[in-house]
Write a protein that binds this ligand. Structure first.
Ligand code: GGG
Length: 375
């Protein structure tokens, strides 16, 4: 049901820290949202989710959490989840389910360096647009005993509908980035004179599934170019494509050539974690899960059980995810203030957490960002 809000009422965000360091970094993002000059007024609803919740109650994503998100919240933030690497009866990843329940079909992951830091050595300014609802994440797996031992199979679903809508989202992200570059006077990414979408696939081997992904995304662009009544919406965007294996190679050799990359679910997950190495740490890479009307910020990193509870986790990925959420909810000005405050702290280099070879605590890093915000 659509949420009807009284004019001037606070924006209500569902907060799901979930597991491990998610419980330390999501509160940092909350405090930043509460203290950013020019940000709207927020109310926060703490909601249960995660493997630890499953261990206590038998449910990783209670019905009440889904109900509250759908009926009471304008947006959401998710921390991180510790799904085990083996099958646990009755358990299913809450983040994968949430994305489906809320139809958050795009996971938008910017991987952007900070000028004036080590990032200048190999410049990266790209956004990975990951399809969020299908591919191997439909989680249809079977296993059977054969005379040669167990054989396990997984269904990989790629549909024209999901590929077309993620393709459209990628071109829209490219347009938005171009418009932001024009507004802020920033240079275009790498060699690209105009915005560009790179379609990432492996259709030389998986010609049916990845073939459908590739042709569906390309069709968004080609139909737009043929549209009657003047130049298409994407006339100033170029399109190319890259096999996923050579995409990884080029990401490490010449990351500056990529602007927006659109990929099926699993490739998108892997290449964005890989790309995080180019900007120092997974601890600084943010994302927003986007539907057409609902958005959920989420750091790209996992729950890092090895450092959980030690005040060592980097809060920047969560804080940037909160800014992305603001941006997608229609508040670009306060979002830009947060991006700038984070960049200032990274550039100054005094309050970096251990993942960035610093010795600051989570709290000190958050406080430095709040100070840079003028909060
Ligand atoms: N914030 C991203 C995160 O928690 N990543 C860990 C992850 O994806 N785990 C697998 C899962 O639970 O689905």
């Amino acid at each position: 049901a659509a949420i009807v809000r009284k004019a001037g009422s606070a924006i209500r965000l569902g907060m799901m820290p979930a597991d491990g360091i998610g419980r330390e970094v999501l509160p940092c993002a909350q405090r930043v949202l509460q203290n950013t000059p020019g940000a709207p007024k927020f109310e926060f609803l703490q909601l249960a989710a995660g493997f630890e919740h499953f261990q206590k109650t038998g449910s990783a994503l209670p019905d009440e959490t889904i109900r509250a998100l759908k009926e009471e919240c304008d947006g959401a933030m998710f921390g991180s989840v510790s799904s085990p690497s083996h099958k646990v009866e009755g358990y299913s990843s809450p983040i994968v389910r949430l994305r489906k329940e809320l139809d958050l079909y795009a996971n938008i992951r910017p991987v952007i360096g900070v000028r004036g830091t080590k990032d200048d050595e190999k410049w990266v300014d790209t956004v990975i647009v990951r399809e969020n609802t299908e591919c191997l994440y439909v989680k249809s797996e079977t296993s059977e005993s054969t005379p040669e031992g167990q054989v396990a199979r997984a269904i990989r679903q790629i549909s024209e509908k999901a590929s077309t809508r993620i393709g459209r989202k990628a071109f829209e992200v490219a347009l938005a980035r171009q418009s932001m570059r024009e507004k802020t006077g920033a240079t275009t990414s790498g060699n690209a004179a105009t915005a560009k979408v790179t379609v990432c696939h492996k259709s030389n081997v998986l010609s049916v599934t990845d073939g459908l992904f590739r042709t569906s995304v390309r069709a968004v662009y080609e139909k737009d170019a043929r549209s009657a009544g003047g130049p298409g919406r994407y006339a100033n965007v170029t399109m190319d494509e890259q096999l996923v294996d050579s995409m990884v190679y080029r990401l490490f050799r010449e990351p500056h050539v990529f602007d927006v990359v659109v990929a099926p679910n699993l490739y998108g997950d892997i290449i964005s974690d890989g790309a995080a190495a180019l900007v120092g740490s997974l601890g600084v890479v943010a994302s927003v899960n986007a539907g057409d009307t609902f958005f959920m910020g989420e750091p790209v990193h996992g729950s890092a059980p090895d450092i959980a509870g030690q005040n060592k986790a980097n809060p920047i990925a969560s804080i940037r995810s909160a800014a992305l959420l603001l941006e997608y909810m229609g508040y670009p000005e306060p979002a830009l203030k947060i991006y700038k405050a984070v960049d200032d702290v990274l550039r100054e280099g005094k309050y970096l957490t251990p993942d960035l070879h610093g010795s600051a605590t989570t709290t000190q890093c958050e406080e430095a960002i709040l100070k840079a915000l003028g909060a």
